[in-house]
Design a protein around this ligand. Structure first.
Ligand code: PGA
Length: 256
């Protein structure tokens, strides 16, 4: 049985005062929730204060990116040991915005994933096709390439989470249908089985991301291979994010 993970990717949003307000609302909202793992990924400069704000609660802390070197002359970058020092347990890697706007590619992401897991973090590794790739029938090939480029047996399965995020669904209000998402999640599960083995593949969480909202979370999360959500826009309001976490709690309680 995989524990669902609901992760909030705050992207480049929120001043410290706004971030503190948001995390306070999330902390209060998840007080009575059980059986769901909750992760918030604020901008770097808020990591230390948000770590303080979630102390003693079930809310975990992650970052949105990391460099693969431990330290060095890499202006503007941040290392895995720095994230661990700030209280992070997770890091998002390979988000489509990093791939698209910052030219992050497979070989770079392979190094980042290894740096993260070797440094003690859980890597939330994102994969997913663009609209053009989907419409030309290349979804499976693109997802397989993203998986193969950065994920291998040397990546410990217990430090790995995969996020399937169709690029055309991110921030657009267009969500993959539960069937569309399930189809790709099952494909990813199969790829994990071929890299590790079936039992290990069954233990790895595969999140869906792309316009997840309180109104569509439950049907997505009810799919057998959807083990949580990576939420962008809807994680910026505590009420919406908590409603998605509650949807995950409901699906856990449902007989499968
Ligand atoms: P969205 O973003 O929920 O705003 O579509 C998801 C993501 O980019 O992780």
């Amino acid at each position: 049985m995989r524990t669902p993970l609901i992760a909030g990717n705050w992207k480049m949003h929120k001043t410290l005062a706004e971030a503190s307000e948001l995390v306070k609302g999330i902390r209060e909202g998840v007080g009575g929730i059980s059986g769901v793992e909750v992760l918030v990924c604020p901008p770097y400069q808020h990591l230390f204060p948000i770590a303080e704000a979630v102390k003693g609660s079930a809310v975990k802390l992650g970052a949105q990116n990391a460099h693969f070197e431990l330290e060095g002359a890499f202006t503007g970058e941040i290392s895995v040991p720095m994230l661990v020092d700030a209280g992070c347990t997770h890091v998002i890697l390979g988000h489509s915005e990093r791939r698209q706007y910052f030219a992050e590619d497979g070989p770079l992401l392979a190094k980042k994933v290894r740096a993260a897991v070797n440094g003690g973090l859980t890597a939330v590794y994102c994969v997913g096709e663009t609209l053009e790739e989907r419409e030309s029938g290349r979804t499976a090939a693109v997802v397989e390439r993203h998986m193969t480029e950065a994920i291998g047996k040397d990546v410990p399965a217990d430090r790995l989470v995969i996020a399937y995020e169709p690029v055309w669904a991110i921030g657009t209000g267009k969500t993959a249908t539960p069937d569309q998402a399930q189809e790709v999640h099952a494909l990813i599960r199969g790829l994990l089985a071929s890299k590790y083995d079936q039992a290990t593949a069954e233990s790895i969480r595969i999140l869906y991301g792309g316009s997840v909202k309180p109104g569509n979370a439950e049907t997505l999360l009810a799919q057998p291979d959807i083990d949580g959500a990576l939420v962008g826009g809807a994680c910026l309001a505590a009420g919406d994010f908590v409603a998605i976490i509650q949807a995950a709690e409901t699906t856990v309680a449902m007989p499968s």
